[in-house]
Design a protein. Structure first.
Length: 395
């Protein structure tokens, strides 16, 4: 089909479809988790729902990055999906706040592994000059999952209850694994797993080459942590029955722009696209925080979705650009550590500032807006440094 790029092979499509199902699996339960935790008596711990999940994801990134480079991309992807299955089946069994929070921590290992392997696999099979576009399409499928998951989960939870929702989440993760069976490993000579691979040297934790995009990512995804933690309660405050609606709106608004942003970053550079993304994200946070109507609230979600759609594939492509091929898994793991840290800090700070008081909504999202605008300023400095280096090299 002529309108499809040449890298859009069957393997690439299956990888994207698996990504869609994986992200649908763990995102579909998010809208109902705050209410579920409150029913267990843990209404004061809502900020930990996302924070614990992202903490374990961040802690696992150095291991997933090393394993992706050593034993292969596919085993790392499969392991993350298996964690999703086990966690989703365990939620109905847990009846205490402590047990629930422990399970949220364990569930985070899923996103600590699967996205690392997926991004590395895409980078392995796509030409350098189409990398931004490829990341844009692949993240589009992930975003579709992030949209379909909460919307579907909110519907299932409101009609059939929380337990069928957990089982649906597990089944979706199983499907994401079955699709991976056909894929061929891209690591040339993968090692067999042995416990020694879990020992990390100091230089295997962080890839210094990608610290700049990782810092920008940390600052921008603070907003995402705030959204995941506060939006369900904010939706209820505004009288929106389906607490997954906002997630569907912002994710759907990010879909088309991902491909455009990916192509633009391939043509004009990563930083110009990131500048637009960070500025729009800051604007979105202030719009959402001061929203007093459903229309303004959802409009802010549209702007937020556009910023996420520009941010995600561009950061991934920028990270891969700066990394060495043999340490690609480590570089992507470093990027994801920054992402999980930013989301986790955003969730913790937002939960603390919010304190179950609707009057604090504007303050929560204003803080998130300031973080995004700080990333905007840092990008300007990086752009100026690059210009000065180019001038010096031309003289």
């Amino acid at each position: 089909m002529r309108f499809l790029p040449p890298f859009f092979t069957l393997d690439y499509f299956l990888l994207c479809l698996s990504s869609f199902l994986f992200f649908s699996s763990f995102n579909m339960i998010i809208p109902e988790l705050p209410s579920y935790l409150s029913s267990l008596g843990g209404e004061d711990y809502k900020g930990l729902i996302i924070a614990l999940f992202t903490l374990s994801a961040g802690l696992s990134r150095p291991f997933s990055g090393k394993l992706a480079d050593k034993i292969g991309r596919i085993p790392v992807m499969v392991f993350g999906a298996v964690v999703c299955i086990i966690a989703s089946l365990a939620y109905p069994i847990v009846t205490s706040v402590a047990g629930f929070l422990f399970l949220r921590f364990m569930h985070g290992f899923s996103t600590g592994f699967t996205p690392t392997g997926t991004s590395a696999y895409v980078a392995d099979i796509v030409p350098f000059n189409r990398r931004g576009e490829a990341m844009g399409i692949q993240s589009l499928f992930g975003s579709l999952g992030m949209a379909a998951g909460p919307a579907t989960g909110g519907y299932i939870g409101s009609i059939w209850g929380i337990q069928p929702l957990f089982y649906t989440s597990a089944f979706t993760a199983i499907l994401s694994i079955l699709i991976l069976i056909r894929l061929k490993e891209t690591v040339a000579k993968p090692e067999k797993f042995h416990p020694g691979l879990l020992k990390l040297n100091r230089d295997e934790v962080i890839e210094k080459r990608v610290l700049a995009p990782s810092l920008v990512l940390f600052l921008t995804v603070f907003s995402f942590g705030a959204v995941l933690t506060i939006i369900p309660d904010f939706s209820e405050h505004l009288g929106i029955l389906n607490k997954g609606l906002f997630f569907a709106v912002f994710t759907l608004s990010s879909l088309g722009i991902r491909i455009i942003a990916g192509r633009a970053s391939d043509k004009y550079g990563r930083i110009p696209v990131m500048l637009v993304a960070c500025l729009s994200m800051g604007i979105a946070m202030f719009l959402i925080g001061f929203a007093e109507s459903k229309a303004m609230f959802l409009f802010g979600g549209v702007i937020f979705g556009c910023s996420v759609g520009m941010n995600s594939p561009t950061i991934s492509a920028w990270t891969i650009d700066l990394s060495l091929d043999k340490f690609r898994g480590r570089a992507l793991a470093t990027m994801y550590i920054a992402m999980e840290s930013g989301i986790g800090v955003g969730a913790l700070v937002s939960g603390y500032v919010y304190s179950n008081k609707s009057a604090n909504f504007p303050l929560v999202f204003s803080i998130a807006g300031v973080f995004s605008l700080t990333a905007f300023v840092i990008l300007i400095f990086i752009k100026n440094i690059q210009k000065n280096r180019e001038k010096a090299s031309n003289q």
